[in-house]
Every structure is written in C-alpha cells, then in structure tokens.
Write a protein that binds this ligand. Structure first.
Ligand code: ADP
Length: 260
C-alpha cells in the first residue's frame, strides 16, 4: 500500500490526517500479512493428509485387486486422514470467523458441574483418570457453556497426548473471578517455545505431534473463545515435569445472585 506524503507542516490538519491514514494503512498491512500467512500455513497443513490419501488411492488402483491385505490398510489410512482434514477444516473455519460471528450463547451455569461431567466423559472415552479439585462446589459463571466445554476437551486432550498419568482439574474463584485449570505431569514445553503455543499451527515438535494427531490449532481456538469472553488464558510448563493451563472467566455473576 502507498503511504500519503504531506507537504504541510506538523501542525496542519492535512498533515495530521495524512498521519492517521498512514497508521491505518500500517494496520491494514499487518492484517493482510497475517491473513496471507494463515492461508499459506493452512494450505501447507492440508497438503500432507491430501498427499497420503492420494498415494493410498493410487496404490489401491494399481494393486488393490491382487492384494486384499493392502485394501484394508489403505481404507483405514484414507479414512483417518480424511477425518483429520475434516477436523482441521472445521477448526480453521472457526479461527477465520470474526468475534461477532462466533454466535456466543451466554447462560448461567455451574463451572464445577461442567468440569465434573466433562472429566467423567473424558475418563470413559480415553480410560484416563481425571481428578477434579475445588475450593467450593458452586462456581456460577455467565458464559457460553458449549464453548467452555470445547476448551476443556482441547486442554484435556493435550494433557492426554503429552502425558501418561492422571490429569488434574482445579476449579474455583480468584479475586471474585471464576477459574479452572487443567494440569498434567507430562513432557512439558521448552521455555523458548512457551510464548508461541497460542499461535495458529504452532507445534513444539511437528514430527512427534503428527503421529499423535495434533493440528497446532487447539490452543489458538481456546484463546479465541476466551478472548470473546473477555477472559484470560495462561500456560505454565516445565520440561519433563508437566504443564498447567489456567482459564480465568470475568466476574459476571456471584453464587448468591443465582436462584437455587
Ligand atoms: P495440538 O493439536 O498440536 O496439540 P495445540 O494448539 O493444542 O495443538 O498445542 C500447540 C502445541 O503446544 C502442541 O503441538 C504441543 O507441542 C504443545 N502443547 C500443548 N499442550 C501441551 C501439554 N499439555 N504438554 C506438552 N505440550 C503441549
């Protein structure tokens, strides 16, 4: 984009206007670059499953009739990579949305109950112990329940992928705000990578997480949803010790305001 050059003096209105236009152009440029980066990262990420699907389809076409053993392996791989592509596409669509298009549906609910229910479902599906700890059992919040649940799944799933022991959820209030945290005793994240984990497509070890199914979009989505709640999401981690992600939801409702 072209900058506007003003021949006028700093005090002139026209000079000020030109300056305002120039800073607007800078913001536009930054956003444009971000969008370009997103499209380029997304295409790159989608290419890998697509290449796998193509090569298995090719194999099936050439040898499928003569090699029944190959048929099952190929179909499994195609199915799983297509699923991965579907998940990534859905996640990317969500990330591309503006905040006002997220269709936030705020209701009042007990965060502690949600953590217990989600933890139980997770335990049943993945056979991994989830302990829920709380200071109090009534932690009412005004938030989008489905989206908070989605975040809980993202965090629990990360804890499961990058650790092998039980997962702890803590829930309660701090300075009047509600919070929950998901903590694991797993491999942790190197200090130098910690600042980047909320970036789209960021993965500490691309080769390792590919096999465990990571897309590098989970934490970016969690942050986007928490930003739409005007809340806060923080991560603490130490290599070989574990990771703790804490979500703070702003104080919109107190327990005694909720009719029991
Ligand atoms: P992914 O789908 O790859 O897990 P995320 O955005 O959820 O994507 O996380 C980004 C990266 O941060 C992961 O690829 C992983 O390297 C690191 N990470 C996230 N959570 C954990 C955790 N609990 N323990 C260790 N590393 C983690």
């Amino acid at each position: 984009f072209k900058r506007i050059r003003s021949k006028h003096r700093p005090k002139d209105e026209l000079y000020k206007m030109a300056n305002t236009f120039n800073s607007m152009i800078e913001i536009l440029e930054r956003n444009f670059e971000k969008q370009q980066q997103f499209v380029s990262d997304a295409s790159h990420e989608l290419k890998t499953p697509l290449t796998i699907i193509e090569s298995y389809a090719n194999m099936l076409k050439r040898w499928g009739m003569k090699r029944p053993d190959l048929v099952e392996e190929s179909i499994d791989a195609i199915y799983s990579e297509a699923g991965r592509m579907r998940e990534m596409t859905e996640q990317m669509l969500l990330l591309a949305k503006n905040e006002e298009d997220l269709n936030m549906a705020f209701t009042t609910f007990n965060l502690f109950d949600l953590c217990v229910e989600t933890g139980k479902t997770f335990e049943n599906v993945y056979q991994r112990k989830v302990h829920v700890h709380c200071g109090e059992r009534l932690v009412y919040v005004q938030a989008d329940e489905q989206k908070i649940k989605q975040i809980l799944y993202i965090l629990l799933d990360n804890a499961r992928k990058y650790s092998s022991e039980a997962i702890d959820i803590h829930v309660g209030r701090t300075n009047g705000n509600a919070y929950f945290s998901v903590e694991d005793k797993g491999i942790g994240i190197p200090k130098e990578n910690l600042h980047a984990v909320f970036d789209r497509f960021f993965r500490v070890d691309k080769s390792r997480t590919r096999t465990s199914g990571g897309t590098g979009l989970g934490l970016a989505i969690a942050k986007k949803i928490i930003d739409a709640h005007h809340g806060n999401i923080q991560i603490e981690s130490e290599e070989k010790k574990g990771t703790k992600v804490t979500v703070i939801l702003p104080n919109r409702v107190q327990n005694d305001e909720v009719e029991k």
